[in-house]
Design a protein around this ligand. Structure first.
Ligand SMILES: [Zn+2]
Length: 70
């Protein structure tokens, strides 16, 4: 997917991130939330449970609209 915003490098995903798995608990989930992990300052996928229980380990980053998967 080609980014059309010109800011792709600011939204790099964490080296250990896998798109359909939660970064924290490694569970495979259909719907993940995308947030920014604090230590690496990189984007990660998180499940709904970890979104609630591990909120000190990430920041919400809604500064950019995410493009639909085509
Ligand atoms: Zn999780």
């Amino acid at each position: 997917m080609k980014c059309r915003f010109g800011d792709e490098r600011l939204y790099d995903f964490h080296d250990s991130d896998v798109p359909e798995r939660c970064f924290f608990c490694k569970t495979a989930v259909d719907e993940c939330f995308i947030v920014r992990e604090i230590q690496a300052r990189k984007m990660i996928h998180v499940c709904a449970d970890c979104l609630i229980t591990r909120c000190s380990e990430y920041l919400l980053d809604n500064t950019r609209p995410w493009e639909e998967q085509k």
